[in-house]
Design a protein around this ligand. Structure first.
Ligand SMILES: [Zn+2]
Ligand SMILES: [Zn+2]
Ligand SMILES: [Zn+2]
Length: 780
């Protein structure tokens, strides 16, 4: 933290001009400063500006010093003070401390607070029959409530939010004006007299109930097994009774989401404990101000319907984070499925009319209100691995748009992210503003949302990008967007290099590492599909020092949904002698496709290896979403005390492929050959080894290979630091076993902790890589 303190001492005292930057607006910072000023006998004023908080302070030397210290030490809980700087100012002789009107300055920027879960004080008022906000679903204060999702522009003042149209009633205005009140300058402040109100609509748009009646009716419909669309904080959610398998099946059917797990909301921690194991770290996340969905180990005794999260021991659980959710969950008395209000992979519906139009065929009822959602924002998802730190799987509500601190300066840069799980990232100075989860770019709605988020981030943080960084893939929609921009430098970043750079930036490391990137698929330097990669390097460049061998993917993307095709093709290629020509039909057709090279890309993907093994073991031969076969395989694993691993073979493959500034020392590239693995798997099946044991040994094998190679490269290159990234590391068993294997060899592992290891973190890595290559190699 920067702090320069000097005083202009006059006969009557000293004066300082103090600048405070960070998240210091909309979090009760000014009332806190007002209180601190009176405690330290400091006079002058404070005001919000476009870059942070501007203070003029007058008092004695000692009191000013104590006051400056208190600004960081006693900042309110939601504030995030990045810097306090001060310089001497002219003594003006103020008689008191005042809070002045905000001042906007062109070009300046400040951090914007994410949305914050209902605080204990507001919760108490919500259920206090004597309080004027009793059962009012939109109560909030400076310590909680909507922020990012309602803000249109900075500075963060009511007219710049979707609360602008609501005129404060005299009682709310008095709170808003009183520096000692919890709602002083709480921009979304509201009450039943002056604020937003609920309505319950039927699917045809007719209003069936209003205000508290709407809530009570909605709860009755939920208990009766019907589906209710709810306008939440960051857009629409779809809810049904999580204990009612029929209701869940109907929701899945209408939403066209056959198998992917659904998240649930429990009324409180005690209710969540009845359904799942919750350790101290998981409790901390669940009850944090961000209140994300946390993936928890399900209890067999819980009463959640099996089809909420079929084939997984994990249950995505969150606690209520708005007054509306608190009221609804207490009213229904059961856990509710609470999932994104969209069709399959489209973005969330935002406005009331849009909800009726897009969700009319899914929901029976619509619980809506008249507070606008400016930015859509999904619920965030986290998990706590058995070893290591909590990691996000999806970063959105409660976290976006809080920046990742890069530790190096950037030119204004836009990273456009990946095709699936897209996020964008905009950098300014050392801040990387990673957007909320945007989604899969294969539909026009998501592509529109993507452009909306880019515009919003550019205007909120006053950034006009000079560089655009995108994935090298020729067909990613996000890359096509980047290639269409004019007047900016463009950097095309290799997918797995971006994963490595994201992991390093996330961990605050700006040194070279061996990136072990186990991933689905990404476009490689050689035009092939990569995904099981060992990249030695940093944000400046990399050498591909090892990779899984290329294997055929007959039918391309169709193979992703039909893992049995991968199993057949891998076996045919690796062990042609073991599986003769007896098979006819589809298998013969696939064999011909591979032989003749018809629509058959070759891939080194680790994700596809998981799919193939899952299908080979008969766990999943067809799937409905990308990681389903791998998840089913992971869930099957039973600890195996033998310590056995399956073999692999290394083949030296000449000089490694290099991009950008290559590491000084690196040996030959190695290919990891998989024939011994498949031989071992067939032998295990032959010997009727339990599938759970085979699954565990397979996970342990990958971890052991990774650690063995990391140790080999450490001895060759002196780089003993390993960065783990790529979507496969959402697999908690793989992550745990890999961390343990690396530790056993004395290697340091860097893992994700602020952004997902999956493609949701890719835009951050693109921005980091782009800084070092503009003007040099790689810049287009
Ligand atoms: Zn509150
Ligand atoms: Zn009011
Ligand atoms: Zn990826």
């Amino acid at each position: 933290m920067a702090r320069r303190t000097a005083f202009q001492v006059t006969a009557s005292g000293a004066a300082l001009r103090i600048a405070v930057k960070g998240i210091v607006q909309g979090v009760g910072f000014r009332p806190t400063v007002y209180r601190l000023a009176s405690e330290h006998q400091v006079r002058g004023w404070i005001r919000n500006t476009s870059w942070g908080v501007d203070i003029h302070a007058e008092g004695s030397d000692g009191s000013l010093q104590a006051f400056c210290r208190a600004l960081t030490e006693q900042a309110p809980p939601l504030a995030h003070v990045e810097s306090v700087t001060s310089e001497p100012a002219a003594y003006e002789g103020h008689g008191a401390f005042a809070i002045l009107k905000s001042e906007a300055q062109p070009g300046a920027y400040q951090l914007v607070s994410p949305d914050v879960a209902t605080c204990p004080d507001c919760l108490r008022e919500l259920f206090d029959p004597n309080d004027r906000r009793y059962r009012y679903p939109f109560t909030n204060c400076t310590n909680c409530g909507p922020r990012f999702t309602i803000i249109r522009d900075v500075p963060y003042d009511r007219p710049n939010t979707t609360m602008g149209p609501f005129r404060l009633c005299p009682a709310c205005q008095a709170e808003y004006d009183d520096p000692l009140d919890r709602r002083f300058h709480a921009q979304p402040n509201a009450c039943p007299v002056c604020g937003p109100q609920l309505q319950l609509l039927a699917a045809d748009g007719s209003v069936v109930a209003e205000r508290d009646d709407a809530l009570v009716h909605a709860a009755e419909r939920l208990v009766a097994g019907e589906i209710v669309a709810i306008k939440g904080l960051g857009g629409m959610q779809l809810a049904c009774d999580a204990t009612n398998a029929e209701a869940v099946a109907r929701l899945r059917d209408r939403k066209r989401r056959p198998g992917k797990p659904l998240a649930i909301m429990c009324r409180d921690l005690a209710a969540a404990r009845a359904l799942a194991h919750i350790n101290a770290e998981e409790e901390r996340l669940l009850t944090s101000v961000a209140a994300p969905i946390v993936l928890l180990e399900r209890l067999p005794t819980g009463n959640v319907a099996g089809n909420v999260a079929p084939d997984t021991r994990l249950l995505g659980v969150m606690l209520p984070y708005t007054p509306l959710h608190h009221l609804l969950l207490r009213q229904v008395g059961v856990p509710l499925v609470m999932t994104s209000g969209n069709l399959s992979e489209e973005p969330l519906a935002r406005d009331n009319d849009e909800a009726l139009e897009r969700l009319g065929a899914i929901a029976d009822w619509f619980l809506l209100h008249d507070r606008g959602v400016y930015s859509r924002c999904d619920d965030s998802v986290w998990f706590v691995p058995a070893v290591g730190q909590p990691q996000p799987v999806r970063r959105a509500r409660g976290y976006a748009p809080f920046p990742v601190g890069l530790g190096f300066a950037t030119r204004p840069t836009l990273g456009t992210g990946a095709e699936l799980k897209n996020t964008i990232c905009l950098s300014r100075e050392e801040h990387a503003f990673l957007s909320q989860h945007i989604g899969d770019m294969d539909n026009l709605e998501t592509q529109g949302y993507f452009r909306e988020v880019i515009d919003l981030f550019q205007s909120l943080f006053h950034v006009q990008p000079e560089i655009v960084a995108c994935d090298m893939h020729p067909d990613y929609a996000a890359s096509r967007y980047a290639r269409g921009l004019v007047g900016v430098d463009r950097v095309e970043v290799q997918h797995h290099h971006a994963h490595l750079a994201a992991c390093l930036a996330d961990a605050g490391c700006d040194e070279p590492a061996l990136g072990i990137i186990l991933d689905g698929t990404g476009y490689g330097l050689d035009g092939r599909i990569w995904g099981g990669e060992f990249l030695l390097g940093d944000r400046h460049g990399f050498a591909r020092v090892a990779h899984l061998e290329y294997l055929p993917m007959p039918g391309g993307d169709a193979a992703v949904l039909n893992p049995y095709r991968l199993a057949w093709a891998y076996l045919d290629h690796l062990l042609p002698e073991a599986h003769g020509s007896a098979d006819l039909g589809e298998r013969a057709l696939l064999r011909r496709m591979v032989a003749e090279g018809v629509n058959t890309p070759w891939t080194s993907s680790a994700g596809r290896l998981f799919d193939a093994v899952s299908a080979l073991l008969g766990v999943r031969s067809r799937v409905t979403y990308e990681a389903e076969a791998a998840i089913a395989l992971e869930m099957l694993a039973e600890p195996d005390p033998t310590g056995e691993t399956y073999p692999y073979e290394l083949r030296e493959a000449g000089a490694p492929l290099i991009w950008g500034r290559a590491p000084e020392r690196c040996g030959p590239a190695r290919e990891i050959l998989l024939k011994p693995l498949f031989e071992a798997l067939l032998a295990e099946l032959e010997a009727s080894t339990p599938l759970g044991v085979i699954s565990y040994r397979f996970h342990r094998s990958l971890a052991a290979w990774a650690a063995e190679l990391a140790a080999l490269f450490a001895s060759e290159t002196g780089v003993a630091r390993v960065a783990l990234s790529g979507g496969c590391f959402q697999n908690q068993l793989l992550l745990q076993l890999t961390l343990q294997a690396l530790q056993a060899r004395g290697l340091t592992a860097l893992v994700h902790r602020q952004v997902p290891c999956n493609d949701g973190g890719l835009s951050l890595g693109q921005v980091a890589v782009a800084q070092s290559v503009v003007g040099g190699a790689g810049c287009v």
